[in-house]
Design a protein around this ligand. Structure first.
Ligand code: PMP
Ligand code: GLU
Length: 397
């Protein structure tokens, strides 16, 4: 028997990827499964981005790149931060990585010593907690409810700060709740950290362009904390480029340099062709991104309308991203005569096995009374999935 490292025991498998794997396996058995578990755009990468990649191959972009990414790409990201978000990160404060997922773990590994605490508002994206644990830190959760539109108050966040707090990480628009923090809410949170100069704020803005309620706001815009804000972003969601694997940070120089050092030992940087494609995407007119965002908004409205017809679902109105995160605890304790639903995991497995729709339980997002549904798929599939869910739930008494 092979003895694996103890660090594996500290973390659990990504629940989003686990449910996606399960639904792929069912599909491979010929089952008609609708996968609403994985948060992934169903659109193709825009044509001009693909053309830039093809040209990059012909232009022999086949060599190692600078570990932190090509200078012209980092300059384009620096300009993007300035123009779109009002953030001042010079090119040497940008690190390009193999997806925002790696960007986040780079930052956590660069910052955390054993026992350092990281404040995470719930619900949160599944990997934050596990990445903190992998980095030997301790996640400290700040609970929020559907009545708060899943946004904890500045006061609640302040109450979680201790002498061991090293960082605060959150996403807006939020995966999984779709909640979007307003400028005023971000200002109030920033004010909390003004008095705690050692705490680093990690702002995950990967859903920036999938925002249905107005201008995207970044917490790094506030002068009194901007020197301690790491802004995370990437190509996966805004440009339908999940498989290309490119994320980036804007960070204080010390953190950017630490990520450079780490990444130089881990991956040597992300794929050269992907970097050329990302440069084309970031310097283009964003029409494709706007069109995708409009489609997500239409689908959100469709799903909310269909979901409101299902008894017992309590829903917030997501202002962004492409998820709905209903409280389904109404079904806990209910049974079809054979199977009793005890928790959100039972609920998801019941729906998967009986309705062939794949969802993700809220427990791995820190909200065990909820489930997450990704609506980044076609109207037909959404209508079919919601009909199946509604019909199967009628059997539970
Ligand atoms: N942050 C959030 C909130 C996400 O939903 C995702 C989705 N994968 C990521 C980061 C990572 O994205 P990627 O690694 O594909 O850039
Ligand atoms: N971020 C997406 C999700 O939440 C992709 C899966 C993942 O990276 O965990 O479903």
């Amino acid at each position: 028997m092979i003895e694996l490292a103890n660090r594996l025991n500290r973390i659990v498998e990504s629940n989003t990827l686990r449910m996606a794997k399960l639904s792929r396996e069912l599909a491979a058995q010929g089952k008609d499964v609708i996968n609403l578990s994985l948060g992934e755009p169903d659109f193709f990468t825009p044509q001009h981005v693909k053309e830039a990649a093809k040209k990059a191959i012909d232009d022999n972009y086949s060599f190692y790149t600078p570990v932190v990414g090509f200078l012209d790409l980092r300059q384009a990201i620096s300009a993007k931060f300035k123009n779109d978000n009002g953030l001042d990160y010079a090119a040497d404060q940008i690190v390009v990585s193999t997806g925002a997922k790696q960007s986040i773990i780079n930052v956590l590994l660069s910052l955390l010593n054993t026992g350092d605490e990281v404040i995470i508002p719930t619900p949160f994206w599944v990997s934050y907690s596990e990445m903190v644990k992998l980095s030997e830190g301790i996640p400290v959760y700040v609970k929020s409810t559907v009545e708060q539109d899943y946004k904890p108050s500045a006061k609640q966040i302040e109450a979680a700060i201790t002498s061991k707090t090293k960082a605060f990480i959150f996403s807006s628009p939020c995966n999984p709740s779709g909640s979007v923090f307003t400028k005023d809410e971000l200002f109030a949170i920033a004010k909390v950290f003004e008095n705690h100069p050692k705490i680093i704020i990690i702002s995950d803005e990967i859903y920036e362009h999938i925002n249905f309620i107005g201008k995207h706001e970044s917490i790094g815009q506030f002068d009194f904390i901007k020197d301690r804000v790491v802004t995370i972003n990437g190509m996966s969601k805004s440009f339908a480029m999940t498989g290309w694997r490119l994320g980036y940070i804007g960070a204080p120089r010390e953190i950017a340099q630490a990520c450079d050092k780490l990444q130089g030992q881990f991956t040597s940087g992300t794929n050269a062709v992907t970097q050329r494609a990302a440069l084309a995407a970031l310097t283009s007119d964003m029409k494709a991104t706007r069109d995708m965002s409009l489609a997500y908004k239409r689908r959100r409205d469709l799903v909310l309308q269909l979901m409101r017809e299902i008894p017992g679902f309590i829903i917030n109105e997501p202002g962004g991203a492409f998820y709905v995160f209903p409280d389904i605890s109404f079904y806990f304790g209910k049974s079809d005569g054979e199977k009793t639903i005890e928790n959100c995991e039972d609920f998801c497995m019941y729906i998967l096995n009986n309705a062939m729709v794949s969802l993700v339980g809220g427990d791995s997002f820190g909200a065990p009374e909820c489930i997450r549904l990704s609506y980044a798929t076609s109207d037909e599939k959404l209508i079919e999935a919601m009909t199946r869910i509604k019909n199967i739930l009628l059997k539970l008494k």
